[in-house]
Design a protein around this ligand. Sequence first.
Ligand SMILES: [Zn+2]
Length: 144
Amino acid sequence: MAKKKPTLTRKAIAASKEFKWFTASAKKWAFRTGVDALFMIQIRPCRPCDMPIELKDSMAVTMWSSNDTEAAIYFNMQQLKGRSKEVIEQTARHEIMHLVTTPLWNEVLRLVGNKGEVYERLHEVHEGLIDRLAYLFGYLVEPN
Ligand SMILES: [Zn+2]
């Protein structure tokens, strides 16, 4: 049986309004937080098969180069297609906050590694914290 062709190409995702909203928000917040001076940031339009396998259900994912000078933000069209502009902008701010907190997270990884109960708990707390920071910054700078 022939493999089913993906319905969306990366080119079509890159041309979507969702990807454009995400990219504009990520660039704006990278500038506002100064992380654009710390990292070369790429924003990649992704089909589920382009996402890191363990994170394929995430709306977006940030990955760092080994020397922490480059970062790639994976935009998961499967999860973000049809979402509101507010949700997409919050997702972009969330990913930028991962870049803002890179030094803190690197210390966590250095001290506890990337598995185990302590790591899992710190990861959960970190995700919650950056999500709240992303909401707060969005609200403070662009109140609705
Ligand atoms: Zn996150």
